[in-house]
Structure formats: C-alpha cells, structure tokens
Design a protein around this ligand. Structure first.
Ligand SMILES: [Mn+2]
Length: 422
C-alpha cells in the first residue's frame, strides 16, 4: 500500500508547480447512473485519487498557495446511518486524515460557504479541466478556451475577477514518473496477471469458448487476491484477434487457431496490461510460428531501444521499420508500405492508475516512466492475429521488463501447454 506520506509528497510536488496566490479545486465526482436506480461502479477521478488516496463520492480537495505557504482542505460526505445501511460505510474524518495525510478534513456541506471565503481573497483558480474532455488519443474534443468557459461559467458569475486555469498538465507530469512504491504495486499486479495466464495455458483446449477463458482469468485472480481487472478481458481466437478491442467473446475455439489475450489484474489501483498469444492445440503451425516469431523479435528489439530521451513516436517508427523488413524477408508482404495493413496501432502508451495512463506523448521518456511494449501483426486472410505486450520500466541506463517472468518464447509456451490438464 502506498503511504499517506507519499500522497502528501505528491501534493507538495503539485504545490511547487502551480502559481503563487492561487487555489486549486479537485472533485472526486459521483457515480454515473447506468439504469433505473442502478449506478455504474464508482471510481474517483484518477487525478483526485492520485493526490488524496480517497476513493469516495462527493469529495473535494482544495489546495491554497498563498505567499508561498501551503494550506489544504479535504471535504467528504457526512456519516449517515440510514444511507450507510444501503450503500456501505462512509469514511470518518479521522480515517480520511489517516488515508490522505490531510489534517483539515471538513464535511462537504460546508464547501460553498468556505469557497466564498477563499475565493474572495484570491484571483487565480485551477481546475482539472482537460480530464473532462479527453478522448482516446488524449486530444481535446473541445477547444481549451471553451472548456475553461464551461468550468468557469458558474464561478465567473459570482466572482467576475477570477482567472481560471487548467491544472491537468501539472498533475499528469507528476503521474508519468512512478515512485518505487508505485513500481512495487505494478510488480504485484503483474504477478497476479501471470498467475491468471498460467491457469489459462493449463486449461486451454479446443471447443472451449472464449468467454470461458476470460471468466477463468477473472476467477483466478479474484481467488488469489480479490484482484479486480484492469479492463474487460480480450480473448480473441482466430480471425477475431484481428479486431483490436474484440469484446464479444462468443466464439468456440478451433484446434487450428491461435488465441490472443489482452488482459490485466489491478493492484491497489495500478493496472497491469499484458498481451499473450497461444496456439489452441498447444502447438504453433509453421505459419503461426513465423508470424509469432516476427512479433516476438520486434517486442524484444523495441524493449532494447527503450531508454531515457527517446519518444513513443520514435519507438513506433522503429516498430514499423522492423515489422516491415521482417515481413518482407519472410514473403508476408510485397512492398514495405503494405505493413500498414497488418500493423495499425501504436507500440506503446504509459500505464498507471489508468491502463492507458494520461501522458504527454511527445515528451521524451525519463527514468520512472512505465510504458507498454506491444507490437502486433494481424492477417485477416490467414485468420491470425498476434500481439505480445509487456510492461516496461524506464531506468537510468535503459529499461527493465517488469513482466519478464511471463513466458513468451515458442518453446516455453508449447512446453507449458503440453503438461496441461487435458
Ligand atoms: Mn496496452
């Protein structure tokens, strides 16, 4: 578990980044309604959680920087005997302090009156604006000015002198560099994921359904340590594997197919993100082996290139180059350009409290980043999709493969499957 002290340090680091004489306000959010009186499971805004260790609805964090001095408040829901009978226990003030390291914990009902006091004396206010408008690529759907207008609409009415700013980038810069405690959380998440994958290799056989193996993975990691999934498991056999985020899972496994798994267990919020591809029969066919070996070669080559200073874009260019050359050599494509048809995602993303952790993608890598390395080849015409994904820590000298224990060599996979239960 990450200590309250480390959460305090994160807030101190944020404090150093923001302008003086400012106030930062972050919200945990509320659960979204899914249907009738049912809500989706609640997950606090990750930036809020990263700074507070509080995973409870209707919570607000306020950071004041005034003449270089730091003052902070946490607002939480009051205890409520009747509501707690329905939806579970709420944090006490003392528990919230112990989790977060924040001394001043107040009941959220007093937020409006406190805000009035605080804002009347300060002109600059930070909000987590971009998070609200992110799409998959981390690009904003709405122009920045528009977002700030939305955020500030109510505030501007009451406090026309306010200068409203986005704190998103400052928090993301902190989140991109993982501490030793965070790395330890990752190692545990990957260990759980490996246990689930070993169980899959033992059980995998023709005529099972994809959903049975996805369920087996979930059961195995829950049984081991109540680990939640990082994201819905992808178990895609044969041609299904050529769809990147295949989630229907309804196909029966054919003896002659490969099956691609993209999955992960979560540990204290940190998301493992691993892909492995196995032959249903327990043995790769010559063509499967050829394609698999190219992807595996690429996975290792790119891991060897990961080091401080290189960008994700440069890594992706190296990936395209490698895959194109190898596919040409093996006669799988005729022109270098053709590789675009068979490799069409990108090699890497940052990983953390989110599986696709928000990041500044153009920023050169630095020590403490954790990124995926996930080359793939997808030949629809052969019904073969292969992806091999590891989670890589950027170190001072290069990189360290956190998922290096999860087997991926052809021989090792065939051996592991040979001694299976069937
Ligand atoms: Mn990934």
């Amino acid at each position: 578990m990450i200590s309250a002290y480390e959460f305090s340090l994160r807030r101190k680091n944020l404090f150093e980044k923001i302008d003086d004489n400012s106030i930062t306000i972050l919200f945990s959010g509320v659960a979204k309604k899914s249907s009738a009186d049912e809500d989706y499971p609640f997950l606090a805004n990750r930036n809020f959680y990263y700074l507070t260790n509080i995973e409870q609805e209707n919570s607000i964090y306020v950071l004041i920087k005034s003449d270089g001095l730091m003052k902070e408040f946490l607002f939480i829901q009051p205890r409520d005997e009747l509501k707690e009978k329905w939806t579970g226990r709420r944090l006490t003030i003392e528990e919230a302090t112990n989790l977060s390291g924040i001394e001043n914990v107040l009941i959220v009902d007093s937020f409006d009156s406190k805000l009035d006091l605080i804002l009347n004396r300060r002109e600059k206010i930070y909000g987590d604006i971009k998070t609200l408008y992110l799409d998959f690529d981390g690009e904003q759907k709405i122009s920045k000015d528009k977002d700030i207008d939305d955020f500030s609409y109510g505030l501007k009415n009451n406090y026309p002198y306010l200068n409203i700013k986005d704190v998103y980038q400052s928090i993301i810069e902190l989140r991109m560099v993982k501490s030793q405690a965070e790395i330890d959380e990752f190692i545990e998440a990957i260990t759980k994921t490996n246990i689930g994958l070993k169980k899959i290799m033992k059980t995998l056989k023709p005529n099972l359904y994809e959903y049975q193996l996805a369920a087996l993975f979930f059961y195995t990691i829950q049984d081991y340590d109540f680990a939640p999934l990082s994201f819905p498991t992808i178990a895609a056999s044969g041609k299904n594997a050529t769809c990147l985020h295949y989630t229907s899972l309804k196909s029966k496994l054919n003896n002659d197919d490969l099956i691609l798994f993209d999955l992960g267990g979560k540990n204290n919020g940190y998301c493992a993100d691993i892909s492995r591809t196995y032959p249903v029969s327990g043995k790769f066919s010559p063509l499967q082996k050829k394609i698999y070996s190219i992807v595996l070669g690429c996975n290792k080559y790119i891991i060897s290139k990961i080091r401080p200073g290189i960008t994700l874009k440069e890594l992706n260019n190296l990936t395209i180059e490698f895959l194109a050359n190898e596919c040409l050599k093996e006669g799988l494509i005729k022109e270098k350009e053709d590789i675009k048809k068979y490799y069409f995602h990108s090699i890497s993303h940052h990983i953390g409290l989110d599986t696709h952790d928000p990041s500044l993608r153009e920023k050169p890598l630095e020590k403490g980043n954790i990124i995926s390395c996930e080359p793939g080849l997808y030949f629809e015409e052969y019904g073969i999709g292969v992806r091999i994904e590891d989670d890589i820590l950027v170190t001072e000298e290069g990189s360290y493969n956190l998922s290096g224990n999860i087997i991926k060599e052809v021989d090792d996979i065939e051996k592991a499957m040979k001694y299976s239960e069937f």
